[in-house]
Every structure is written in C-alpha cells, then in structure tokens.
Design a protein around this ligand. Structure first.
Ligand SMILES: [Zn+2]
Length: 95
C-alpha cells in the first residue's frame, strides 16, 4: 500500500477534522493493549525494544489526542501513531 504517497495528498484541513472525530485511545487500543491507570491510559510501547517491556512507558492523553513514550520519546497524534506503527512492521518484514 502506498501509504506515504497517499498521506501527502490528503489536505491538512481533512486531517484536522479526522483527528477531532476519532478517539486516539480507540485507535491505539486496537493495536496495543492499553491499561487505564489513574485516569490515564498506558501501554507497552511498540516503537522501541522488542515489545516485552516490564512496565508500560507509552502514555496516551485522551484530552489532547496525543501519545508520548517516556523511554524512546516517540510522540504525536493518532495519525503519527498509525504512520509509525506501519513503518515498524514494514521494517520488520522488509517490504
Ligand atoms: Zn517507546
């Protein structure tokens, strides 16, 4: 799939509208398991290490629609997450 090429042709106004209509918690939770602790969502970060972290370092902020990993400093919004997530699998399977 030509994900990058497709992404470049999407107008930013469309992306802004998309981001306000989707839940980042929902998007990330479909791919990595989120735990709710103290009003925040945490997950084991899929972007560093081998996915076998002992303590979750990826925090998802529902109110701002963003995520941040305190170990590898990966951060962004729902679209950044999906883009990074796809590239992890691309690198893994070398396609
Ligand atoms: Zn990380």
């Amino acid at each position: 799939m030509a994900y990058k090429e497709l992404n470049m042709s999407i107008p930013s106004s469309f992306i802004d509208r998309l981001l306000t209509s989707v839940s980042i918690v929902d998007i990330i939770n479909r791919r990595v398991q989120l735990e709710r602790t103290g009003g925040r969502y945490k997950a084991k970060c899929p972007f560093h290490g081998d996915g076998n972290e002992k303590t979750p370092s990826l925090v998802v902020y529902e109110e701002t629609g963003s995520y941040h990993c305190f170990a590898c400093k990966a951060s962004g919004n729902a679209i950044h997450f999906l883009r990074e997530y796809v590239s992890v699998f691309r690198n893994m399977f070398n396609y």
